[in-house]
Design a protein around this ligand. Structure first.
Ligand code: GUN
Length: 279
């Protein structure tokens, strides 16, 4: 029986720490959230981010822009928020409509307000060990591991997936924690042989129940970043939980594992943003 790594509990701890800091230090923190169009999943995510802000005591400014918004209009709004000293964090919900260049928009956000950690300057800072905002999902995985007592230092960590938002920053963070890191992707030969070396296996491939027990070493810690709906409309991850759980020493469930950590770490980044801008 694997230990369940409880993302609901750990995310609540992180959020409560943020809430206490905001109250104790009397911090006046504002996050601007921009959504372009009506993608239903984005609407749910944005709603959850606003609710979390309310809980912590962070003001949220909501910009719900129509699908037809031009790139120039969006860039102008970001620039206006960059210049506004009363705004500490800027979040542009992705994906953006196809007529807008996401990279251009991300690059427009001031690195001082880049609470998503997606700006090239934030990514570069992470890779050379300089201070900067870290992408929320991988930062959340580090918190899950540390707060569950998993030893990262000296471990063999295998990451499946190399996205800019999860796989690559995850590799940098695990390196920073002194793990030996391997990043796998669709061109990796003999994937099972590689994943079976992992003491800590982090999966972000975006394929439902892709990782079965043949990919997992006995006693490994398994972190599942995926989230999908299965054929019965129930949530599942990139890991086949029922199959892998008996061989793992610890595992994150879906839902209730990595998912809730993303917003908790966003809240943490917002509080940090206020700290940096006040310094
Ligand atoms: N879309 C899905 N996840 C995210 C996220 O973490 N940040 C932003 N900005 N958009 C997303």
């Amino acid at each position: 029986m694997a230990k369940l790594i409880d993302g609901k509990l750990i995310s609540a701890q992180v959020k409560d720490e943020c809430r206490e800091r905001v109250a104790k230090e009397g911090l006046d923190v504002t996050l601007a959230v921009i959504q372009v169009g009506n993608d239903p999943a984005s609407t749910v995510y944005v709603g959850n981010k606003k609710k979390a802000c309310e809980y912590i005591g962070i003001h949220s400014l909501s910009y719900e822009l129509p699908e037809e918004t031009t790139e120039e209009e969006l860039l102008a709004l970001v620039e206006k928020l960059n210049q506004d000293d009363s705004v500490h964090g800027i979040l542009v919900q992705l994906p953006l409509p196809s007529h807008i260049d996401e990279d251009k928009v991300i690059q427009k956000i001031s690195p001082m307000k880049d609470v998503d950690g997606f700006h090239p300057q934030s990514v570069g800072a992470l890779s050379i060990g300089e201070p900067g905002f870290v992408s929320c999902t991988p930062a959340g995985v580090i918190q899950l591991l540390k707060r569950s007592g998993v030893k990262i230092d000296g471990s063999e960590c295998v990451i499946v997936g190399r996205s800019n938002i999860v796989g690559k920053p995850m590799a940098m963070l695990m390196l920073r924690e002194n793990a030996t890191v391997t990043v796998c992707h669709s061109h990796t030969k003999d994937l099972k042989e590689v994943t079976k070396r992992a003491d800590i296996l982090i999966v972000a491939v975006g394929r439902p129940r892709f990782i079965t027990r043949e990919y997992v070493k006995e006693g490994a810690v398994v972190i599942d970043v995926g989230i999908h709906r299965n054929e019965d409309n129930k949530l599942c991850g990139d890991v086949d939980f029922a199959d892998v759980e008996p061989v793992a020493s610890a595992i994150t469930p879906v839902p209730g594992g990595v998912g809730p950590m993303t917003i908790a770490m966003l809240m943490n980044n917002c509080v940090e943003a206020k700290g940096i801008q006040n310094a």
